[in-house]
Design a protein around this ligand. Structure first.
Ligand code: SF4
Length: 312
């Protein structure tokens, strides 16, 4: 469904170039979920927005459903935008506070010329709101009357209104209470099965994406550190950064003999990233050549890739 080839997104200011995304390649197959994980500032949200062409990439190629969309102009992008959508971290910021929920969802239908018949439009809105687990009575109410989790459900209903095939879920549960996070992840998983959706699920926490992801990509300062099938990444992480991210997660069995790597220090500034392997300033296995030579992303087994001089 989606294919990225050496995608770059560099932001230029007067004195600096920030290489937010610096050569990322991966594919997402129809119906799968790729979990994209990394700390704040690693470029994952920029990558998500680039894929949706909310930014014009600096270099590389984006193919969606077999078509090169990297440099399409906005008029050519409009029909494609209906098929690729984004769910934001903060649904409140994206819901117009002066509009009722009913009108918020209807507006999405009208913008895309869907359900022009009034009665059918109303039926569709009621169908969408129950699809996200809310009762039709909520439609006359306004965004401020809802909890964070309910607002995220409304945001999801509005995105689904235009029948996308691919959705970038950009930290959709990070702003929610822990008790609500699983409910929204489960809802997204149910919707994926029902509607045959494909997701790029962005999160800073590996545990949030564990159950929903088919594969996981770990990103560090604009590059992929590692990518592979979800179960393999959790059971046998190869990159020291992935190992450190997983070590931060509480293990249910305290007797389990897992090697724990502590992630020390802050993520270096993307304005001035370290030379060689960008993780070398925090890596417990750093070797002299890590400081000068960039490790390429190499194939490791059938489905896995890792960028680290410890391999092969
Ligand atoms: Fe650590 Fe070197 Fe591997 Fe980078 S390349 S993760 S510094 S061992």
């Amino acid at each position: 469904m989606l294919s990225l080839n050496d995608l770059k997104m560099h932001f230029k200011s007067r004195h600096h170039i920030v290489k937010a995304v610096d050569g990322v390649s991966f594919d997402i197959a129809e119906g799968e979920t790729l979990g994209l994980v990394g700390e704040s500032g690693c470029g994952k949200s920029t990558l998500g927005r680039c894929i949706l062409r909310l930014y014009e990439p600096t270099a590389g190629k984006i193919e969606f459903e077999g078509r090169d969309i990297t440099h399409l102009k906005s008029r050519q992008l409009n029909p494609i935008r209906r098929r690729m959508q984004i769910i934001f971290q903060d649904p409140y910021a994206s819901l117009n506070p002066r509009m009722s929920i009913d009108n918020i969802i209807k507006e999405a239908l009208q913008i895309h010329g869907l359900f022009p018949n009034k009665k059918e439009r109303e039926e569709r809105v009621a169908e969408l709101i129950s699809l996200v687990g809310l009762r039709p009575e909520v439609l006359s109410r306004y965004p401020h009357e809802f909890s964070g989790g309910q607002r995220q459900r409304i945001g999801i209903a509005r995105v689904l209104a235009i029948e996308p095939r691919f959705i970038v879920c950009d930290e959709p549960v990070s702003a929610l209470d822990v008790s609500i996070q699983a409910q929204i992840v489960n809802l997204l998983q149910d919707l994926q099965e029902k509607l045959k959706l494909t997701y790029l699920f962005i999160a800073h926490d590996l545990m949030i994406v564990k159950h929903i992801s088919t594969r996981i990509a770990v990103m560090y300062l604009g590059n992929l550190a590692e990518i592979g099938p979800s179960n393999q990444i959790y059971e046998d992480p190869k990159h020291p950064y992935t190992q450190a991210l997983l070590s931060a997660v509480p293990v249910p069995d305290p007797g389990a003999k897992k090697q724990r790597i502590k992630l020390t220090g802050e993520l270096p500034s993307p304005l001035n990233p370290p030379a060689g392997c960008k993780f070398h300033t925090r890596c417990p296995y750093v070797m002299p050549h890590c400081k000068t030579i960039v490790p390429p992303l190499i194939q490791l087994g059938k489905d896995r890739k890792v960028a680290c001089h410890l391999y092969p």
